[in-house]
Design a binder for this molecule. Structure first.
Ligand SMILES: Cc1cc2nc3c(=O)[nH]c(=O)nc-3n(C[C@H](O)[C@H](O)[C@H](O)COP(=O)(O)OP(=O)(O)OC[C@H]3O[C@@H](n4cnc5c(N)ncnc54)[C@H](O)[C@@H]3O)c2cc1C
Length: 362
């Protein structure tokens, strides 16, 4: 039915998040049939696996991942846990943060979740008493204080994978799905030489392999950038009005987000790179963007002028016209795509897992 070119593993750099030492089986499974095949082992695919196994405990669920665990956006994320979707409130995506916290507690996943709150910041309309007053194409000030939190994205991803495996989901890395073919009573998922029969298939490939679901054109695939700094001590952060390193994002342009990082550092992100502009973080265009973000941060406030950048990385995101996620039934109860969070997918992908499980009827 749908096919896709197989090469999707790219050099997007190494995120700052320490990688837990879990191992996963590599290659196609031997016995080629299952109840649910999930394509993509990011937050969405793994949340789908856990929701399906929660409602249908003995079903055979196989997650096929083209790269190693963390190949896509999830482990490259900033890990800011946000309410609603990037496009605002949307049916099915209510109470994302509470749902996220309950789900992690129920699954026994320790992902370093902290309810920190979150600042919306902008160059106009700021609070007169805004703790932040940074010079970045105008003066950035806090405009709203929202619910929000942070996680360690690597712990979250591996925690989801580990929880799914303990419920007998089979996770297979280095398996690239090139075709999804609908037959009369099942779906065939195939790679270059091997295939798998499934009663239903969930496509959780984010902005990649959109041909598999036939929804290319609905989403704009692009890449966004992040960097991590060395230690910014509490006194310097305090001088900049950012003592707690509360996560923030701008609501105007140029876009910028930030949060606390590892070892008292910070993580910042900005920029969109569209298809055709560059593919890898080694590309000159991307290097120039990283340089520009670094210069912006260093000159935002004197307390940041000496920061050292320790990590630079990028990751894929899929932007939708209304910035709301796409949960699309491609074939009733047989093939569903979920993704397209427009850069706002940590908590939302967990919610999507529950919505997809209901649509598949598993
Ligand atoms: C730099 C960056 C910072 C971000 N920061 C935040 C943030 O702070 N807060 C927030 O809410 N969101 C953030 N996001 C967005 C968030 O990370 C994503 O919305 C979320 O991780 C999407 O998860 P996913 O599982 O849908 O996709 P992914 O994690 O991209 O997973 C898709 C998987 O599918 C696999 N795949 C693709 N094609 C195939 C195929 N043919 N066969 C087999 N496997 C395939 C890929 O290898 C990949 O592992 C950020 C994203 C980036 C890139």
């Amino acid at each position: 039915m749908f096919s896709n070119p197989p090469e999707i593993t790219k050099n997007w750099g190494t995120p700052v998040w320490p990688i837990p030492s879990f191992r996963y089986k590599s290659g196609w499974p031997e016995n080629g049939s299952c109840d649910i095949a999930i394509i993509g082992a990011g937050f969405t695919g793994l949340a789908c696996a856990l929701h399906v196994l929660g409602s249908s405990p003995g079903s055979r669920v196989i997650v096929l991942e083209s790269g190693s665990m963390g190949n896509g956006a999830s482990m490259r994320s900033g890990g800011i846990v946000l309410e609603h979707t990037a496009g605002g409130p949307h049916p099915g995506f209510e109470n994302c943060i509470d749902y996220f916290e309950d789900f992690m507690n129920n699954q026994g996943i320790n992902c370093g979740f902290k309810r920190t709150g979150c600042f919306e910041v902008a160059r106009t309309g700021g609070e007169p008493s805004s703790p932040i007053s940074w010079n970045d194409s105008g003066i950035l000030r806090v405009t709203k204080r929202l619910q929000g939190g942070i996680v360690d994205p690597a712990q979250l991803l591996h925690g989801l994978a580990n929880a799914a495996q303990s419920k007998k989901a089979e996770i297979r890395t280095n398996v690239t799905v090139a075709r999804v073919d609908l037959k009369e009573d099942h779906v065939v998922v195939s790679g270059m030489q091997k295939s798998l029969n499934a009663s239903a298939v969930i496509i959780a490939t984010n902005s990649m392999s959109l041909n598999l679901s036939g929804i290319e054109g609905t989403l704009t695939p692009c890449m966004t950038l992040a960097l991590a700094t060395g230690r910014i001590n509490r006194a310097d952060a305090g001088r900049a009005g950012w003592e707690e390193k509360t996560p923030f994002y701008t609501t105007d342009f140029p876009y910028l987000w930030g949060r606390e990082g590892i070892n008292e550092g910070a993580v910042f992100g900005s920029g969109l790179v569209f298809e055709g502009e560059a593919e890898f973080i080694s590309d000159r265009y991307v290097q120039e963007l990283f340089q520009a973000i670094e210069s912006r941060i260093k000159s935002m406030h004197p307390a940041f002028s000496g920061i050292q950048v320790t990590h630079r990385w990028a990751g894929p995101i899929a932007i939708t016209p209304d910035m709301k996620p796409v949960i699309k039934v491609i074939e009733d109860r047989k093939i569903v795509y979920a993704g397209g969070y427009s850069g706002h997918g940590v908590a939302q992908s967990i919610k999507a897992g529950g919505l997809v499980q209901k649509l598949i009827g598993a």
